[in-house]
Design a protein around this ligand. Sequence first.
Ligand code: ZN
Length: 424
Amino acid sequence: MAATHPIPQWFTGSQYTYRVAASILKYGPVARTTLAKMLGLSQGALSRITSDLIHEGVIEELPPAEGSGGKPASVSELGAGASKSATLSAAAGLAAKAGAERRRGRPQTALAVCADAKTFIGIKVHTNSAVATAVNAHSRVLIESHERALTDQSPASVVSCLCELTAECSQDLAAQGLAAPTAVGVALAGHVQGDAIVTFSPFLHWEKPVDLAAMVSAATGLPTGVFNDIDSLLVDASWFGPGVGLNAFAIITMGVGVGYSLAVHGSPVDYPDKSYGLAGHIPLDPNGPQCIAGHVGCAQCLTTDSIAQEYSQMIGHEARFSDFERDVRSGASLATRLVSRTCFRLGTLIAIVANLAMPDKIMVAGETAFIVQLGTDSVRDGINHYRHSQCAPVRFDIVDHDWQLWAKAAASQAIVRHISPVDC
Ligand SMILES: [Zn+2]
């Protein structure tokens, strides 16, 4: 993949070099002793690799004071709930030991990827607009996000919009004296081959495969990777967020559609059909509304259109999703009832995912995830209804909706591909 991937490598090296760099990106600042044990390398072998990476300007050595508050502590917290993850438990234990050594007065330097050596632009494409942001090599957002409307949905118009957004983000980076962007990551709903060619785009309605990566790259002069949007969220969380170090991590998105994806050891499960909305019609509620395919109470009941339709029937006149949202926020009783019902249905979907895929944690995101914040008790009821009473509670996070996160996630994909061509 390294030779043909649209995003070039930051450096060349052996698989071990890529694994070391990837682990430092995920867990840094991290001590050498911890890294060597996590990766099963001798101290000598690890030191040779880290010296090369320091020489290449990929990683840097931080003094003990800066390293002491880094990710090893958060790894340790994650480890508390992920007993099945041998690697993670080892990493957590080692990180704790490193902390203890620091407390006993044996300070260790820690290694981290050079945060500001590189910047990346991430863009999320919607049906009618696109949102862009820029991040550093730790995927920390550096600028205010930019949004532009699509004049139409043709590939040429989308490319022109992405080109303008890239220019705006580049100007912001230059104005702050930051590094010029290394690459662009673009995320959209649908199926993408080789992180480049869009073969299915349910919202852009392209009739034939489009090599969007090549088109954007030619227009911007920057290497560009194109990625499925839900996988991008998953990769962002697995490398830079709540999924770091977990054995298996799942994401459910709810909004215009229902999305689902699963990562194992930080990489999305590779399954050729997964972009076709596989979780979209899973049965959830025998008394739920009927979807366009004729199913009763399938996962489509979590979408904005279905919720608006069900709410319209409850109140006896036509309502849009925004009317429902307004009534939810003002505490109207029928709206509150539909929130509880929707949350119970989501809890059912979470239980199905937890029972079958057995992830350590599930993240819920999307435009309508705010509903879940208002009915977490009903989500728990839905989960418990379909779980054995002796099962451990399902760990789930609800993410406040922000398109900037989706844009950042596209940039995270570009970072991960730039630093590591192998699944780490
Ligand atoms: Zn259905």
